[in-house]
Design a protein around this ligand. Structure first.
Ligand code: 6R9
Length: 710
């Protein structure tokens, strides 16, 4: 193994805390000043002092963060071992960290807490029950329908689980899995809706050392089969069906068909465990005897205690597929000890949820994505937090659903995605303001850059100007939040910037040829040293992981572009492949999108480059208007002028297409690959030429886009 290089010097370029040391009590949030940078306004928000009196953080001030950050970078081993000692280790570790980020020196590897043995499910449940917290609520399930009109009785699903009840149910599921022959190291596929039983099933796998592969329960049978085969799943945990909004999603039919496809490819799935969500026979499920069993029948016969399987720190915990821009999806592999420590620590510091003060957390992400793994299942439970698991969609039965839930449960911390924020924003403020929302303390954002317009709406309308916004940048591969503001005194927030690195994360900006850039600048976002929840591999293809992420010696390459301003704040400017070079100017499509979205009539925009005879490339912009706004030649002109004014003449859009809907993945990411092809190909393009569209939430959107090409 390669030696660890000497620890880097503490260096957070350009950051001066003095600039952020003031906060005003005159307004709920003070505006410190503006800084013009490439025409994008940077306003710094500080929550009022009273806020911090009511919502104290583990760190008193940004100065504390700086001290701890410095320690985490200078001596990561001391830093992480101090934190890791707060968890239960059945066997203590001998070596905190060894790694190699240098392909020319041998295989890439990251190893945390070597020699140690633990179990993440034990730390998430048993540890709290043993500490006398068994009666605390772990999960409330908020169903799709406000009235359970379409559910004819039990699959026996509970509306809430205390930590003790969660532990007992996890133990039952674990015992059922064992009776199916699932052993330590075996892979188990999960295809379940967002009910509490999904995180419980993940924990049941972890309890016996099995590796879970959660597949978002909206994927097609082909996409599911690809993942089940690639991971080599031995068993599948499934569900009869679920309603999402007013739509019935018959999940078991998809699982049945996917297993068939796996069989045809020679991969046999031996067992399924089927949760009855809808009761009766709403979803028309027929089980195959000998292969399929109902969850409620099997768990009723199983013991509610199950011994913990102690596993080495680097034992695989899960495989989660993330769509590459091309080629087959990558099975990102995370392991136990490091992931546990970082999911827990980021949750603790970034959200500052205090279960002892009855704080209630809601993350709207599905466990089919990394956000659901780290901030529904693991982060909250490892911290003993109480949360709401939401089965439905924010627009059903109406667009006030989230705020209805906030008041119903007294939700204090809300974590959602910019795409959801923008879609609610376009419906108008009255759907928000008719609810009190007085419980809210911290608002989080994740998944894509949040444009300043949406940030301000989230801050002012949703949070009433009181709540800090934590804009969290991270990836499936980083396993946990990597760049984000902490909701602490003195930490100025700039709408649209994820601000500064989390403890132990050492971001750098690289030039196109892999040289580290200093000071305020723009470049490829990379991370210089390992963090506990670094991805360990792409399952079955370590070579692909090295090629994808470690093409420059010494750095993990994120695939994102970013700008660092004079305060050291990071601004994600888009994926590295979303850069459009117009007349020799590098333009992040995200910046142009943010500029378009500044216009009061615009709900959302997606921008791609298409070839241009003179400029090399030019900008083709898809624009979604807010409800009640009509497209017009005048509006088109206003938008072009507005972008030109904000970003410069070279950034002026050449084409604007009115797009009532954008092609999005189910996690809300705009599929620019498709937009690029439609923009370049025009009305003549065939849907078949667009490549894989299986991850689209609504494939119909494409036809509409092609028909409206300008
Ligand atoms: C957690 C998650 C990762 C990619 C990432 C980046 C984009 C996520 C962001 C953000 C700007 C943020 N992204 N959060 N961009 N600001 N706060 O979404 O993981 O699905 O793997 O996506 O999402 O482009 O590289 P994943």
């Amino acid at each position: 193994h390669a030696m660890r290089p000497p620890p880097p010097l503490f260096h957070l370029p350009g950051f001066s805390s003095a600039r952020h040391a003031h906060s005003s009590t005159a307004r709920a949030a003070s505006v410190e000043g503006t800084e013009a940078s490439r025409g994008v306004e940077e306003v710094v928000f500080h929550p009022a002092d009273e806020y911090f009196q009511q919502v104290p953080h583990h760190y008193d001030h940004v100065e504390d963060y700086l001290v701890h950050y410095e320690k985490s970078i200078k001596d990561p081993e001391a830093f992480w071992s101090e934190i890791a000692r707060n968890f239960h280790w059945e066997t203590p570790w001998e070596e905190t960290l060894s790694y190699n980020f240098n392909r020319s020196a041998g295989p890439i590897h990251v190893r945390f807490f070597h020699g140690g043995e633990t179990n993440i499910a034990y730390n998430a449940l048993d540890r709290h029950v043993a500490a006398g917290l068994g009666d605390r609520i772990a999960f409330y399930t908020e169903r799709n329908d406000l009235e359970p009109i379409r559910e004819s009785g039990p699959g026996g699903l509970k509306d809430q689980y205390t930590y003790r009840e969660a532990l007992e149910e996890v133990s039952r599921i674990a015992n059922v899995l064992k009776s199916m022959g699932v052993k330590r190291g075996d892979k188990v596929g999960l295809f379940l809706p967002m009910v509490a039983e999904l995180p419980l099933a993940m924990l049941a796998c972890a309890r016996i050392g099995a590796v879970h592969t959660v597949v978002f329960a909206g994927f097609s049978k082909e996409a599911l089969a690809d993942r089940l085969c690639d991971a080599g799943c031995k068993a599948v945990i499934a569900c009869d069906g679920v309603f999402r909004g007013s739509k019935l999603i018959p999940l078991f039919h998809t699982v049945d068909a996917a297993i068939q496809l796996c069989n045809e490819r020679g991969h046999i799935i031996e067992h399924t465990l089927v949760l009855k969500r809808l009761g009766g026979d709403v979803a028309g499920v027929h089980l195959t005897p000998g292969r399929d069993v109902w969850w409620h029948e099997a768990t009723a016969k199983a013991s509610s205690s199950c011994p913990v399987e102690w596993v080495p720190s680097e034992h695989p915990l899960f495989i989660l597929y993330t769509s590459g821009s091309t080629g087959k999806p990558k099975g990102v592999l995370h392991t136990t000890g490091g992931y546990m420590i970082q999911a827990a620590t980021t949750f603790r510091h970034v959200f500052n949820v205090r279960p002892e003060k009855n704080d209630i957390f809601l993350c709207t992400a599905d466990c089919g994505w990394i956000t659901g793994h780290s901030y529904v299942t693991y982060g909250p439970l490892l911290n003993g937090a109480s949360q709401v698991v939401f089965e439905g969609v924010p627009s059903y039965p109406d667009v006030g659903r989230l705020w209805h839930m906030v008041d119903k449960y007294g939700i204090t911390h809300l974590y959602t995605a910019p795409t959801a924020i923008r879609s609610l924003m376009r419906e108008g403020d009255e759907h928000v303001t008719k609810y009190a929302r007085s419980s809210l303390k911290v608002l989080g954002s994740v998944g894509e850059p949040i444009n300043p317009e949406a940030w301000k709406w989230y801050h002012e309308v949703v949070g009433g100007g009181r709540c800090p916004i934590v804009d969290t940048w991270w990836q499936t591969e980083t396993g946990a939040i990597a760049i984000a503001p902490l909701p602490i005194k003195g930490w100025g927030q700039k709408p649209g910037s994820a601000s500064l690195p989390f403890l132990g994360i050492e971001p750098v900006l690289l030039s196109q040829d892999g040289k580290e850039l200093e000071g305020p600048t723009e470049g490829l976002l990379a991370i210089k040293s390992p963090w506990p929840s670094t991805l360990r591999s792409i399952y079955g293809d370590h070579e692909r992981m090295e090629q994808t992420y470690f093409s420059f010696d010494g750095y993990y390459l994120t695939g994102d572009n970013a700008r660092r301003d004079s305060d050291g704040y990071y601004w994600i400017t888009g994926r590295a492949d979303d850069v459009v070079i117009v007349s020799g100017h590098n333009l992040g499509t995200a910046e142009v999108e943010a500029a378009l979205a500044q216009h009061p009539s615009v709900a959302e925009a997606a921008v791609v480059g298409i070839p241009h005879d003179v400029k090399g490339n030019c900008l083709y912009c898809y624009v979604t208007l807010k409800a009640g706004q009509a497209p017009s030649p005048d509006l088109e002109k206003q938008l072009k002028v507005s972008v030109r004014n904000q970003l410069g003449a070279f950034a002026a859009p050449d084409f604007i297409q009115w797009a009532p809907n954008l092609p999005k993945t189910r996690s809300g990411k705009v599929m620019r690959r498709i937009l690029r092809k439609v923009a370049a190909g025009g009305k003549a393009i065939n849907v078949e030429d667009l490549g894989d569209t299986s991850t689209l939430a609504d494939p119909e959107v494409i036809k509409e886009l092609i028909a409206n090409h300008v």
